[in-house]
Each structure stands twice: as structure tokens, then as C-alpha cells.
Design a protein around this ligand. Sequence first.
Ligand code: RIB
Length: 306
Amino acid sequence: MGKVYVAGSINMDVVATTTRYPRLGETVPGKAVVFLPGGKGANQAVAAARLGAQTALIGRLGRDSFGADLRTFLAGQRVDLQHVQESENAPTGVAMITIADRDNAIVVVAGANAEVGLADIGGPVLRPGDVLVSQLEIPPQTIAAFFARGRSSGARTILNPAPAIEIDRGLFALADLVILNETELATFAHRPLQEEASLAEIAGAARALRTHVDQVICVTIGKRGALALVGAETFCLAAGEVEVVDTTGAGDCFTGAVAAELARGRPIRDALQFANIAASICVQRMGAGPSMPSLEEVTTAQGRQI
Ligand code: RIB
């Protein structure tokens, strides 16, 4: 069984719920505010750990109370934190999240996440069978070095290119598997995908993104489930009918679940199916980190589907 290494962001999510988004210059009353563990890297690590994989997180926190709270939370999820350093001066990353009508809008202030560098990713001893995961909330050159190390050690690499920022296309070539949503796909494939774009259009854009033939591309498409290119095959995963409470972290749940499955040697198609079910459980709860499901919850839901 391989180990999952996630190099990525750790944020405190400041989540305000309201009935509708304010227009520019407008103030609207909020219903509630909560402080919840988040950050795409931390969320993915929590998902993989709760789903039974030995998981280590590589990242940075500030020397502040958010940093201390996040460390306590992550340790409680059995995420190995020996590669999580404290930055001297930068504060812990913060995401300001507004939730209205079950959708979200997020502003992220990177803080210590912007300082995750080559020294941070150089620590772990990587082995064949390990699965490396990253997103775009830490510097892209750090991710490139992390993935290059992983590939030369025989590990597999998963890139979740979120949020969709300007990056060198060479980073995609270092990924064995790319997991992204429709908006990110439109940006990186340079295809103007409309809302509710057809599956054929999404598949075409995914093909345009692919850098090598054996690269797997998986596009998460919200309540329509997911579409994946695996070798010459394109296949769709339907999303179950569930009561959506909060979609924050659903993509992170999907990515962490795929990593956990691959680390225990499951075939990619099975891993994607498992992840689709995990994400459908995640959206039924509030928050990102705390809403990741356990292995038992996913296997029980899988049993119900058979
Ligand atoms: O993907 C969701 C995450 O994005 C949130 O937890 C927030 O911290 C931002 O990084």
C-alpha cells in the first residue's frame, strides 16, 4: 500500500451564510458566520486520511491562533504533519467564503501558503506506489519540483489545477492524472464552455488539455457527476440525487478520494467511481475539511447503489 502525499494550502475558512450575494458596493445581512478548517491541500489530505490512506501533508502555517487550531484539527484526522512548517512572519492562510443559495464565492489570502518552497517538498522519502497530490494554492514551481521528484521515484502524480490561475503548461505534463471542474477546464483548455455545456463539448475540451495519451483527465461537473478520459475511452459517472447543503470542498473530497484509492492499488475507473460517491456525501454537509466522509460511509453508500 502506497502513501498519499499532499503538497498544498492550509486555510482557516471564514464562512458567512446569506440569502443572496451582495451587488458591487452593496451590503446584505448575513445569517451566520463560522470558522472552519479548509484550504484545498488540507481538505484533500483530510479526505484521503478519513478514507483510510496513510496521508502526509506538506505545507505551511503561520505562528498564530488559526495555525494552532488547524494543526490540532488535522492531527485529529490522523494526517501526518511532520512536513508542515511554521512560517516566521507570514500569517496562516485565510479564505473568506460567502454561501448563498447552496453556491459559494471565495476570496483566498495565501499568507504562509505562498512560502511553501523547495525545502518543504524535499523532506519525504518517496516510493513507487505513493500518490502525490497538489493544487494551485502554493507556488507552481514548488509543485513542479514535487511532481518531478515523485515521477523519478516511481510515484503517481495528481494535479487539481484549482483555482484557475496563469501557470506554465509544463506543469500539466508532470501529472499522471488531472482532476478539475468545468470552469477550470474552460480556462486551461481555452474553450468557452457555457453553463450546461454538452458532454461532447466537455470531452473535446478535456482532450485538448491532455498532454500525453496515457494521462487521465477527469472533469467534475457538479450535479451531472463527472466525465473522464482514460486511455481511448471516455466515460461518465452520474451523480446521485442528494440534498445539497454546501458544495465547498466537494472537488477536494473527490481528489483526495481518488488518491486514497490509487494508493491502495485500486484501478483508476474504480477510484473515480468511489470518489464520485464520496463527493456526493461531502456536499450534504456544511464546510470543507469537516465534511469529508469516512471509508465506512462511502462503502455503505456504494452498497446501497448495487
Ligand atoms: O476548495 C475549497 C477550499 O478552497 C476552501 O476550503 C478554501 O480554503 C479554499 O482554499
